[in-house]
Design a protein around this ligand. Structure first.
Ligand code: SF4
Ligand code: SF4
Length: 274
């Protein structure tokens, strides 16, 4: 299979991530209106507000008044997450994903543990981090995660210059490399967890066809959220696990074509007990 076609989703994701960063960079440098702001709050094409629901919730709990623009921005983002899925942000937009996917690929190359490795942290930790973040925001009147977010650090580092934030990003890379597969994005990041919750019933999913499955296990090696693949090889199913980041790596590595993008209705997901 042609390599460009095989890795079409990977190439499209990296292109999108770089275009988003490029949009912010050019807005900062030349004042272009294409994409102004940051990954928490932006204006697209000079008139479409985009506001991160998790950042907005923290700001609200910290005691700030949320303006009508920001609320409209939250509604736009929630609509998008409702259709495509909240964790689409992780694999198609977030710059940290480039770091953590690189660390995961290097782990595979170095044979640092993929399948059946004892897990240092539970994947549920991120949901506790969400609760802690919201509590701290309320108690200390600050947007708690935004202060220390590696996503904000990566964004600021790339757009405004290389500050101290890069030290933390390098630390994050080595944490993911040596601790466990997708240690940060798959276990700790509260934004990824929050977006998983709000995008749970999104319409765009991945489907698996058990008839085509040859049990090569390739999907398990690359999937950042292996829990969502628990039925692979046993039955045909729609990957309804909310943690799926829609990276399409499973589609790319499966030579038998058992995975594909699927558009399903909320009713069907509810019927299947998603
Ligand atoms: S889990 Fe967090 S850091 Fe990782 S890609 Fe998603 S939003 Fe970015
Ligand atoms: S199931 Fe596929 S699309 Fe979803 S996270 Fe895993 S590899 Fe990515």
């Amino acid at each position: 299979m042609n390599k460009i076609f095989r890795y079409r989703y990977y190439l499209a994701r990296r292109t999108t991530q770089l275009l988003v960063l490029g949009g912010y960079f050019l807005a900062n440098l030349y004042g272009w209106e294409m994409l102004k702001g940051n990954l928490s709050s932006s204006v697209l094409f000079g008139f479409i507000p985009l506001s991160d629901p998790f950042a907005t919730l923290q700001t609200f709990l910290a005691g700030a008044v949320i303006s009508a623009d920001v609320l409209v921005g939250v509604a736009v983002v929630l609509f998008f997450y409702g259709v495509v899925g909240g964790r689409f942000f992780c694999s198609w937009v977030c710059p940290v994903n480039i770091i953590t996917e690189t660390a995961a690929a290097l782990r595979r190359k170095l044979g640092l543990g993929e399948k059946d490795a004892p897990s240092l942290l539970s994947r549920q930790v991120r949901y506790w981090v969400i609760a802690l973040t919201l509590l701290l925001s309320f108690v200390f009147s600050i947007s708690a995660f935004e202060v220390i977010s590696p996503i904000g650090m990566a964004h600021r580092g790339i757009i405004f210059g290389f500050g101290m934030g890069w030290f933390f990003l390098v630390a994050l890379f080595f944490f993911d490399l040596f601790s466990q597969k997708y240690g940060w994005c798959g276990h700790i990041c509260p934004l990824g967890g929050f977006n998983a919750i709000v995008g749970k019933y999104s319409l765009i999913k991945i489907s698996h066809d058990a008839e085509k499955c040859v049990h090569s296990q390739e999907c398990f090696l690359v999937c950042p959220e292996v829990g969502v693949l628990s039925s692979v090889g046993k039955k045909s199913y729609i990957v309804t696990g909310k943690e799926c980041i829609k990276c399409a790596r499973c589609i790319e590595v499966c030579d038998s074509g058992a995975f594909e993008v699927s558009i399903v209705g909320i009713a069907r997901q509810l019927k299947e007990g998603a």
